[in-house]
Design a protein around this ligand. Sequence first.
Ligand code: MG
Length: 292
Amino acid sequence: MEKGDENMKWMSFKQDGKEKYGFYEEEKQEVGIVSDMEGAPATLAAAIEEQEFLASISRDTKSVPYIKETSIEWLAPIPRPLKNVMCVGKNYRDHAIEMGGEVSVPEHPMIFTKAPTTVSAHKASIPAYESLTDSLDYEGELAVIIGKKGKEITREDALDYVFGYTVLNDITARDLQSRHKQFFIGKSLDGSCPMGPWIVSKDEVADPHNLAIQTTVNGEIRQQSDTSHFIFPIDEVIHVLSKGMTLEPGDIIATGTPAGVGFAMDPKGTLQKGDTVEITVEGVGTLSNTVQ
Ligand code: MG
């Protein structure tokens, strides 16, 4: 991408009930409304597919109208992904061990998915589902947004297929996760995949395998790690996923969570109504959501 695209925070939002997208200007707390420009693709996912279009936009682009953040409702950057959100399970050794001991450290990437209906926004409420689960848990993660279509992608080429990065909370009902054996039900409650606030393009992230990641609950640090601890780095995950499956622009891959989930604490620190979870990934952003 061009120099002018540095620090672009691509986001989706609602204005007067209409889904739009643009970029966030953190200093001014304003949103540049790219989707209102002539010839703009309809959604951020469509714009990611047409990379030249987004590459032509910078904060110096004169024709971009601006709006105050206070008059928009945040949406997930990709509010309705094409396919399920793909998630790497147990990709940090310390988390694998806290959940199941040494034997649960995987030898091959372990992939499960979350339904597209789980996706929700920065600042959106996380539903408590008190009648369904007594162990709703957080998982702070770095997520990868795929930028171009590909299959049989080599490890060497894998990062060329990445558009950018966002922050994701892989909310999990632990009791449902174990009761139903397959993770899908416990990982797919509506609203259980907050992500955002925005996507930063890959060029702004010098090394995605060297980013601090931290999760707090009501301000208390619960998870603190670094993406250098991935068992399976991003290029390997993309290579393995794409061996027999086409990856498409706007596909989302959550890279796994480090140790410190509420379920592994003694006493348990799973989520209660009113709890606020904040996840920060260095150089990407901070995602904040409250259980209600
Ligand atoms: Mg996870």
